[in-house]
Structures are given as structure tokens and as C-alpha cells.
Design a protein around this ligand. Structure first.
Ligand SMILES: Cc1ncc(COP(=O)(O)O)c(C=O)c1O
Length: 489
């Protein structure tokens, strides 16, 4: 039995009038979100069961009124959202996005381009090439560097380390000889390095046992003497040291390793030098901060995250490597259904030949639009504001007898403890561990903790252009208030 297509509505599109109504309603909702942002709570303490219950429904078979759906979305998703948009978010590394990029994302989705083949998205491909060029310029990196937009910092490190591994394989003819009979090849990073390096090493089949975590000095930077000692030990024992991962801003404290020192060791021992700049890399663009990043230009690959210090909405990261050829060597794979005959004659650059994905949205578009709309100088001013607010927070912490500041960051992370009038170390540790769930329950601000050399601390990351000194004062007032309540129990 055949079914006539006339039984079905002809399309998924609404009439122009209906769509306009939806857009108008969306516009109102978005404007309200921005109007509410200054007062947005940092966190909402819902139980997982409660949130699951909001969405506990069978697969919808019939249509529903999209205007009512927007109301549902507003109530269940937007109004309950964690406070990234507003000034009360200090957890992890959560930036607040920016308005122009939000519009860009909407437009990108509307034209629905696949930006990994030139003839599928010519403007988007050229825009991505331009963003790669601008990014290299921001960092003072090789002008004709290759690069690609990825989902975030973790993917950017995986991409950089994949290229590193593949170059090592080529140089040691491993694709021909296999790995049989050789000792593992080893990588080196500091004890402070983000776990995306561990994950990448595991995914690449190198094994985390072969990632040497080198101790950090008192300022949380990699100890270069310990590093060289470990490299020599490994060489003497028959391992093949092949890559150093440096930090351009650690996730715990914002520590920047001695990048020039690491680059020199990498050169001396013929190793790849990868820099994890996901958190702090873009601060290298500020003239007054450049000296801290000396040597970043010598990296073989750099991981960056634009949803951090370029204030982009999730998700966008970027991997830079010295040349386009290095990426292509790792990712090009001939296939009959991917016509490559036009590339050489027309100089088309194909992103699918320089990265793993064959389908990918035009991620660079929002970066391009926001850089043009605001100008990079204004974005840099917002970075400067984040740094200045962190110095202000540090000042307030130093000046308060009931808080103790435990780090002195070059970037925008402060680690500290609330102690009230307590003097007993165990009681202070317990109070601060108790503060995290208590602050979640309170919800006015959202802050998380970490461990520094074994000690539990509160960690505030300031990376949001909507914060002010008043937001910082509010953070400390709320912690004080909740801390006092815990102590009086
Ligand atoms: C230093 C560092 N590296 C890597 C990452 C991972 O980035 P993403 O969360 O975008 O995957 C982060 C995230 O905070 C980071 O701070």
C-alpha cells in the first residue's frame, strides 16, 4: 500500500507571519534575559529528580504550538539557567558570551553551512582562514600558521597532540615498522596541567603512564630542572621523550610556565612543544603582559579557547600549528566522494583536510563578526578589566581579617579561604569544604573549589565583561554571610 504525500504537511517551515511572531517573541525573551542579567542568580539549587521531572515525557508525535513551546522553554530552561550571563558566576572558567556572537550563531544556523569544504561554504571558509590569521597575529605567532576551529580547549589540545604524535610516527617510520619492540615515547607537563592533556594522551593510545607530571615550583610553574632530569633519566632508560606541554595559564591559578625555557629544552632534545593556552593564551595579546609569554611564538602547536577570553558563546576553541601542511599531513584522507580535483588549480583550502570533522558549523563566523563589531582593542579592554577586578579582589582579601588569600596570580584567578575568626586548621578546612554546597544552596553566587598542593581552597575565576567592583564586593559579602551561618550551626 502506498501512502500519498498529500497526507503530510508539506514542510517544516511556518508561514512568514507565524515565523515572524516566533522571532518577535524570541526577541522579547532575549531582551528580558539581558534586562534581568545584572540580578541573575549564580546558581539554582534544584534536585536532579526535580529537573528530570520537567522533561519526563514521551517522544512527541504530534505538533505543539511553538509560541507555547517558547513559554515552556523560558520557564524551564532560560529562567532557571546557571548564571553565566550575569555577574555572579565565578566557577570553573565561564565567560558571559557577547551579543554580536549570539546573533552570528543564529545567522550561521539559519544558512546552515557546512564549513569544511570550500565549495560548500566559500565565505565561511575564507572567514575561518582570516580568523586563524588574526589569532596568530594576536599572539605574535608565525604569520602563515595553520589553524582550525574546534569545540574548545580540550579538543584543541587533542588536535595539537595528534599532529605531534603523527609527526613523531613519520620521523620514526612507525607506520612502517609498528610499535613492536620499542619502549614507549614520553610526554612532559607540570603537575598543574589541565586533565585534557591526560585525556588526549589516553585517546591517542600513548597511555597516561607515559605522561610525566613534573612537579611545580612554589608559584605553580613547571620546575625546569626537574623536567630536564626526568628527560635525561628517560633517555638513559631507552624511552623516547617526544613532547613537552607548557601552560600559558593553568586552570587552578593561572600560572604561566617559563615558555622560552620549555621551548629551548624541546629544541635541545628534539621534541614537539605544545602550549595549552586555553585559559590564558589570549592575554599574550596585551602589550603589558607579553613578557610573561615570552617563547610562546616558538610553540609547534597552541591550544586556545575563544569561549573563554574572547567572550564567545560556547562552543569554540582553536588549534594553531606552524604550518597548514602539518595539519594536512595528519588529517587528509582521499575519498572518491570528496572531489579534490579543483583544489590545486583554484587554491581552495579545505578544512576537512585539516581536521577530523567532515561536517562542522561555521564556528569562526561569530569570532569574525564580534571582532569587527567591537574591535579587538575593546575586547582587550575587557580582558584588562577582568585582570584589574582580580587585583581588586586580591586587595579586598588581603585587607580582610576573616579571609586569607593563598595565591598571587598574573591572570584572573584568585584562590582563598574564608576563616571568620577561626584559627584551627582543621576547622578552617572543614568550613571551606562546607561552603561549596552551602553556597550552591544559597545560589546568590556560584563559586567552586580546588586543591592547591593538597589544600582545599575556594577558587574565583573572573572572566566576564559584565562584572564590576560591586560584583566582587557582593561575592565576599555572600561568602561571609553563608560562612557565618555555617559557623553558628
Ligand atoms: C588550561 C585549560 N586547558 C584546557 C581546558 C579545557 O577547555 P574546554 O573546557 O573548552 O574543553 C581548560 C578549561 O577550563 C583550561 O582552563
Amino acid at each position: 500500500m502506498t501512502t500519498s504525500h498529500t497526507h503530510f504537511k508539506n514542510s517544516l517551515d511556518y508561514s512568514p507571519e507565524q515565523f515572524q511572531d516566533l522571532l518577535r517573541k524570541t526577541e522579547q525573551i532575549v531582551l528580558q534575559l539581558y534586562a534581568d542579567a545584572p540580578q541573575q542568580k549564580g546558581f539554582h539549587a534544584y534536585e536532579p529528580k526535580e529537573v528530570a521531572a520537567w522533561f519526563d515525557e514521551a517522544l512527541p508525535q504530534g505538533a505543539s504550538d511553538p509560541m507555547a513551546l517558547l513559554d515552556e522553554v523560558k520557564t524551564k530552561v532560560l529562567d532557571t539557567a546557571t548564571g553565566n550571563l550575569g555577574p555572579n558566576m565565578y566557577a570553573y572558567v565561564m565567560a558571559g558570551g557577547n551579543q554580536v556572537s549570539t546573533i552570528a550563531d543564529f545567522l550561521t544556523s539559519t544558512i546552515n553551512q557546512n564549513a569544511t569544504k570550500w565549495h560548500l561554504g566559500h565565505a565561511m571558509t575564507e572567514i575561518e582562514k582570516r580568523v586563524v590569521k588574526w589569532t596568530a597575529e594576536m599572539l605574535g605567532y608565525t604569520a602563515d600558521a595553520g589553524g582550525v576551529m574546534v569545540s574548545g580547549g580540550s579538543a584543541a589540545t587533542l588536535t595539537g597532540l595528534t599532529v605531534a604524535r603523527n609527526v613523531f610516527f613519520r620521523e620514526h617510520k612507525i607506520n612502517q615498522h609498528g610499535l613492536f619492540g620499542r619502549k614507549p615515547f614520553t610526554l612532559y607537563c607540570s603537575s598543574e596541567t589541565h586533565n585534557s592533556t591526560d585525556k588526549s594522551v589516553a585517546l591517542l593510545g600513548i597511555g597516561t603512564d607515559n605522561l610525566r607530571r613534573i612537579p611545580a615550583t612554589a608559584d605553580f610553574k613547571m620546575d625546569l630542572t626537574a623536567l630536564e632530569t626526568q628527560i635525561r633519566k628517560d633517555l638513559a632508560e631507552g624511552y623516547s621523550p617526544f613532547c613537552i606541554v607548557g601552560n600559558a595559564g593553568t586552570v587552578n591559578t593561572g600560572a604561566i610556565d617559563d615558555l622560552r625555557g620549555l621551548a629551548q629544552l624541546a629544541q635541545q632534545y628534539k621534541m614537539w612543544f605544545h602550549v595549552d593556552g586555553a585559559y590564558g593564551g589570549l592575554i599574550a595579546s596585551l602589550d603589558e603582559m607579553k613578557s610573561l609569554y615570552d617563547g610562546i611564538e616558538l610553540a609547534d602547536s597552541i591550544a586556545l579557547d575563544f569561549h573563554k577570553w574572547l567572550y564567545q558563546p560556547f562552543e569554540i576553541g582553536c588549534t594553531l600549528v606552524r604550518s597548514w601542511g602539518a595539519l594536512r599531513e595528519s588529517y587528509f584522507k582521499q575519498a572518491d566522494y570528496l572531489d579534490t580535483s579543483l583544489e590545486a588549480s583554484n587554491q581552495r583550502l579545505e578544512f576537512n583536510e585539516h581536521y577530523f570533522q567532515l561536517s562542522r558549523n561555521a564556528k569562526a563566523f561569530k569570532v569574525w563578526m564580534s571582532l569587527k563589531a567591537y574591535g579587538f582593542a575593546q575586547i582587550q579592554n575587557m580582558m584588562r578589566k577582568d585582570l584589574a577586578l582580580t587585583r581588586y579582589l586580591e586587595q579586598q582579601l588581603r585587607a580582610s581579617s576573616d579571609f586569607e588569600l593563598l595565591t598571587q596570580s598574573d591572570l584572573a584567578i584568585a584562590c582563598f579561604r574564608y576563616r571568620g575568626k577561626l584559627t584551627d586548621e582543621t576547622a578552617i578546612a572543614e568550613l571551606n569544604q562546607g561552603l561549596i554546597p552551602a553556597l550552591e544552596n544559597d545560589g546568590r553566587v556560584f563559586i567552586t573549589g580546588t586543591r592547591l598542593k593538597g589544600q582545599f581552597v575556594l577558587r574565583a575565576c573572573i572572566i566576564n565583561h559584565r562584572k564590576s567592583e560591586a560584583s566582587i564586593d557582593y561575592l565576599l559579602d555572600v561568602i561571609r554571610d553563608v560562612g557565618t551561618r555555617i559557623m553558628s550551626r
